[in-house]
Each structure stands twice: as structure tokens, then as C-alpha cells.
Design a protein around this ligand. Structure first.
Ligand code: HGA
Length: 611
């Protein structure tokens, strides 16, 4: 969330900063701003409410030209999204700060700084950092020394980039709880909250660690760790080429990412399947030894990843016979948790920088878990670095804020985990692993078949165009799929959607059902099908309109108020992965009909790096 870009060079850096912001914009798009030490020797800024395009347009009219600058795209936590609250924040006319994160003691600091005569022009927590830094500069004219003194007084999380007109040869930065990376160039250096922002200018990166402070010049970088010791951080070179970030033939990134699922699931499976078994080493060299000791699993995640975890619970208990608990990270991290002996801690996050999940992992290390495993899409993330074992999902870059391919590849990773644990612990029923490995091999083709229903789902979406509320139903492992379907619809179409296990309907939510409340159901052909059919009758009897994604062999037919969309038959264990796809398409087409901003829905942002 929020994006930071900085540059110190011998050429004009404004275009580099703007391009970096565009690449990070999906992380936050409430406002954008840039501060440049101009060739006239003054520090100038331009900020605009709304998207980076607004800033770009403003800069086209009034260009800022300079060789040192910082920029930011914001997802507001403190203070409304408006120009006054947009970063960079100034203290006086010489000092500019951009910040990702939350300063928890901002109110006390604000009062203290007001007492010292500082005048606040925004409602953000960030502005206290600018004034505190200014105050520290009075004791010590050196920007780095002042930043070191400043961060000692900050409680909370921050990734910070600072420039000063008094020391225009440097960019200074600090990381605690919010990632920062230095991009290394030739005679020029850069800073960003994610290397994606800098792939246009360099392929060499140096990741700051927790508590690091950095002083970045054109031709040198100096870093101090949390204890104040000068340290070297390894420079990493990327050879994979900057991943394509265009929409191709698709109207939105989300649609492109939905259609990428057969290919990325294939990639997630690559090198992980033996002839009739899962290759346990895919989780790391010590995986087999660790898995052999696992008697319980605790999954912790947020949002869509949490739903993936909930599906995994059904798999782990029914296939591998391993008790599993699943909890949202923001609850887990603040609760007194009783850890069963020999419990594996599994965290799931697309970015690997999700603040709550990362904090939960850090807490877990104190709680006596057997070990930790991260299911993650980003190999260079904090979650991966700090976990004992990792399974990368290889979904590729996901730009749409509403997660699609990250979710299905997480499910694949979690099924591989289930089979690996069952294999190592000898708890799988005979033949199950071989059969599921075979089904996994066929999965990409099956997903392709499901996506061929695109135009059918587009037609069904019209039923939702004038609706304000919907229910999603599923049973068993399809209940979390229904939850994910409801979340998707909420996120991008702003229609209120709730998910229930179908058997719960009669315990309350049935009271809501009428002809204005469409009910979406996922109905694979399994032992719960007949029970589900009865639940659907209960809806029809109350005039509710049914949209049912049903197995082609389930014997369900269209009728008055019942719209059945046939799905290719699939093994029940893999059904949650397949049935997710039409629900993604449904949300997408409803959002398009409603004219919302599909890839960047209101109030949200990608990679939730704040609490
Ligand atoms: N607290 C700051 C920065 C918010 C942020 O990092 N969002 O991801 C603000 O509200 O401006």
C-alpha cells in the first residue's frame, strides 16, 4: 500500500519518479505527489488528489526539473484523501518527506511540535515526521543524523524517504515495518517501496532490513542497522526481465489475470509433481524432516488469502487427517493463543508484505510453533525471508486490486502442502495421492474449459445490474469459495454480498430472501449435492432468484427463477479451484455493467502494508 519512489542522479529525475509511481499506483491511488530539488536550487512540490494521471497532467503544465527527488502515491490511513493530505509533506521550505505506514504516537508528537511552534497543514500522521526531523536538524545539521534521532521517537510502522535543500547530494531513508529497496545505477541511485517501480532504470537492488537507515548518494550508499552499526547489504541482480505490465488484448488487468489462471496454475505445479506423488522438497530441503513432526496446522492470513486457508482446512482434515485452525491475521496477532504441540505455522500472502500477516509470523516465533511455512507470490518478500519454509505460487505480477490468480495458485500450493504432509506422515488413504496428482496435471485444461464460459457468465451478470444485495451459498469446501465470490463482488461492484454455508440459511438469512436478492450457489456433484438442492428449494419457495454453477452431471436444470450454468465435471477435491473462476467472472462483468473502476476499486489498494 502507498508507493514511494526516490532518485538521486545527474539527469532530470521527474520522469523516472512519475513512471515509478505509475507502476506502484495499484498499491494506492487516493492522491499522488512529487518533490524535486530543482535546478534553480529550491525544493518544489506538486501534489494532486486522485490518480497519478492527474499529477502527470499538472506536471506537463508546470514541469519540475531537477536531479534529486521523492514521490508518493497514497492510500490514506490518517486524514481524508485530498491534496492537502497528499505526500510529500514539507517542514518549512527545505525539507520533504514521504512515508508508508502509520505513526501510532502521532497525536502526542503533534501536540509537542505545536508547542514548539510548528504549524500543521495536513491531517496526516506523516506530517509529524517532517516537523520532528526539522526540529532534530536544529541540534545537528546532518540529515542522516537527524533521521536517526527522529526514528527513535516514532512508534508504529514506516518506510521513509527524505530530501533536504540544504544537503541536495543525498536521499535518506529508514525502514521499520514497511519495505524499502535501493535501486543501484551507474552514477545514479534510486529508492522505492517495491523494486517494480525501478525496473525501468536498473536490475540491481539492495533490500533494506528492519531498522535500517540509508544515506544514498549518486555514487555511493551507506547503511546502518538497527543497532547503529554500519552494515553492507547484499546487492541482488535480476535477470528475469521486467514482467509485462500491460493489459494486452484485455479491457482490464483483472480480466487478463482471470484468463491467465490455466497458465499460472501450470507454472505453480512445475517441478513439484513426481509421477504419482508430490515432491516434498518443493517446500525446501528441510521440509520432509519438519513435516514428519507436524501434528497440527495453524493457518494465518487476511482477505482472499484467508479464504484460501479456509479451503485448506477442509483438505488437511479430510485428506491428511491433520487438525487445522485458520484465523485472520489481525485477530491472531493480538490474541493470547494456545499452541498445540507440534503445530506448523502457515502464513499466506500474495505480496509477502501484508502487515498483519507478517506481524502474526513474528509473534508466532515467540509462541513455540514447530516451524513456519510461507505460501507467497513474491520470493523476495519479508514473509519469505522470515519463514523456515516457502512455497512460491508463481502467479506472476497481479495488478488488479481484487485478487484472482493469486488465490487459485495459493489453493494449488495448499493442496500440494496437504498431499505432502499426508505423504510424509503416512496419513493419506491408499491411491489418493496418485489420483490427485493426476487430477492436478489435468487442472490447467479444466480451468481453460471453465473460462470458455466467459460469455455465458457475462449474460448472467445482467441479472445483478439493478440489485443491491446478494447471497452466496456453498457447502463443505465450497463454503469458502462462496465467501471469496461474495468478497469479489463487494470489492469491485460495491454490491452488498454475504456468504453462508447453505445449511445455515434457515437459521436466519432466509429472512432476507425475496425477488430482489439473487442467490448465487456453487454446486459440484458431491455427497452434499442433494442437501444443497433442498436448501435451494427453500430459496425458490420464498421467491428468491437462483444462479447455480452446477456440475454438468448434477442433474440441475433451468426453470422459472433458476438459472443453471453447467460446469465441467471435476474431482470433488479440486472443485474449489474450478468453481472460483465463474464467480470471478461474474463479479467482473457485474462491475463492468455498473461502470466501477474494476482494477482500482474505491477505498482499496493492493498489498496491505499497514495495519
Ligand atoms: N499514514 C500515511 C501513509 C499511509 C500508508 O502508508 N498507506 O498505505 C497517510 O495516511 O498518509
Amino acid at each position: 500500500m502507498c508507493g514511494i519512489v526516490g532518485a538521486v542522479a545527474e539527469r532530470n529525475i521527474t520522469a523516472i519518479l512519475l513512471e515509478g509511481l505509475k507502476r506502484l499506483e495499484y498499491r494506492g491511488y487516493d492522491s499522488a505527489g512529487v518533490a524535486v530539488f530543482t535546478n534553480n536550487g529550491t525544493l518544489e512540490r506538486m501534489r494532486r488528489n486522485g490518480k497519478v494521471a492527474e499529477l502527470e497532467q499538472a506536471l506537463a503544465g508546470e514541469p519540475l526539473v531537477g536531479r534529486l527527488g521523492i514521490a508518493h502515491t497514497r492510500w490514506a490511513t490518517h486524514g481524508a484523501p485530498c491534496e492537502r493530505n497528499a505526500h510529500p509533506h514539507f517542514s518549512g521550505s527545505d525539507l520533504a518527506v514521504v512515508h508508508n505506514g502509520i505513526i501510532e504516537n502521532h497525536e502526542a508528537l503533534r501536540e509537542q511540535l505545536k508547542g514548539l511552534g510548528y504549524v500543521f497543514t495536513s491531517d496526516t500522521d506523516t506530517e509529524v515526521i517532517a516537523h520532528l526531523l526539522n526540529h532534530k536538524l536544529k541540534d545537528n545539521n546532518d540529515l542522516t543524523a537527524a533521521l536517526k534521532a527522529t526514528v527513535k521517537e516514532l512508534h508504529g510502522a514506516y518506510g521513509l524517504a527524505v530530501i533536504s535543500a540544504k544537503q541536495p547530494d543525498r536521499l535518506v531513508a529508514a525502514r521499520s515495518g514497511s519495505p524499502l529497496v535501493i535501486g543501484l545505477g551507474l552514477g545514479e541511485n534510486f529508492l522505492a517501496s517495491d523494486q517494480l517501480a525501478l525496473r525501468q532504470v536498473t536490475d540491481r537492488f539492495m533490500y533494506l532490513e528492519e531498522g535500517d537507515i540509508a544515506e544514498i548518494h549518486r555514487d555511493s550508499v551507506q547503511i546502518w542497522d538497527v543497532t547503529g552499526q554500519s552494515v553492507q547489504r547484499e546487492a541482488v541482480q535480476y535477470s528475469d526481465g521486467a514482467e509485462a505490465a500491460d493489459k494486452g488484448e484485455y479491457r482490464h488487468y483483472m480480466l487478463k489475470e482471470i484468463h491467465e489462471q490455466p497458465a499460472v496454475v501450470q507454472r505453480t505445479l512445475e517441478n513439484r509433481l513426481g509421477q504419482d506423488h508430490v515432491l516434498v522438497q518443493a517446500f525446501g530441503p528441510q521440509a520432509a524432516e519438519l513435516f514428519a513432526k507436524v501434528r497440527n496446522v495453524q493457518i494465518v492470513a487476511c482477505g482472499t488469502s484467508y479464504h484460501a486457508g479456509m479451503v485448506a482446512r477442509y483438505w488437511l482434515e479430510s485428506l491428511a487427517g491433520i487438525p487445522c485452525q485458520v484465523e485472520v491475521a489481525s485477530e491472531f496477532r493480538y490474541r493470547k493463543v494456545v499452541v498445540q504441540p507440534d503445530t506448523l505455522f502457515v502464513s499466506i500472502s500474495q505480496s509477502g508484505e501484508t502487515a498483519d500477516t507478517l506481524a502474526a509470523l513474528r509473534n508466532a516465533k515467540e509462541l513455540g510453533f514447530l516451524g513456519s511455512l510461507a505460501i507467497c507470490n513474491v520470493g523476495i518478500s519479508s514473509l519469505v525471508r522470515e519463514s523456515d519454509l516457502t512455497l512460491l505460487t508463481h502467479a506472476g505480477r497481479e495488478i488488479g486490486v481484487a485478487s484472482t490468480k493469486a488465490f487459485t495458485t495459493q489453493l494449488v500450493g495448499l493442496l500440494l502442502l496437504t498431499l505432502s504432509l499426508g505423504q510424509v506422515r503416512g496419513t493419506l488413504q491408499a491411491g489418493v495421492e496418485a489420483q490427485l496428482v493426476e487430477e492436478l496435471r489435468r487442472l490447467p485444461a479444466r480451468l481453460g474449459e471453465a473460462l470458455a464460459m466467459d460469455t455465458t457468465v457475462e449474460k448472467v451478470a445482467q441479472l445483478f445490474a439493478d440489485k443491491h444485495h446478494t447471497l452466496f451459498l456453498g457447502r463443505g469446501a465450497q463454503f469458502p469459495v462462496a465467501m471469496e465470490g461474495a468478497l469479489k463482488l463487494k470489492e469491485i461492484s460495491y454490491i452488498h454480498a454475504e456468504a453462508y454455508p447453505a445449511g445455515e440459511l434457515k437459521h436466519g438469512p432466509l429472512a432476507l430472501v425475496d425477488s430482489d436478492m439473487p442467490v448465487v450457489t456453487v454446486a459440484p456433484n458431491n455427497e452434499l449435492l442433494e442437501k444443497l438442492k433442498s436448501n435451494l428449494q427453500e430459496v425458490r419457495a420464498r421467491g428468491g432468484e437462483l444462479i447455480v454453477f452446477a456440475d454438468e452431471q448434477a442433474g440441475m436444470t433451468n426453470g422459472e427463477g433458476t438459472h443453471v450454468i453447467n460446469m465441467p465435471h471435476i474431482h470433488d477435491v479440486l472443485a474449489p479451484i474450478l468453481y472460483t473462476l465463474p464467480l470471478q467472472l461474474l463479479s467482473y462483468y457485474v462491475a463492468v455493467l455498473k461502470g466501477t473502476d474494476v482494477d482500482q476499486p474505491r477505498n482499496l489498494a493492493k498489498s496491505v502494508t499497514v495495519e
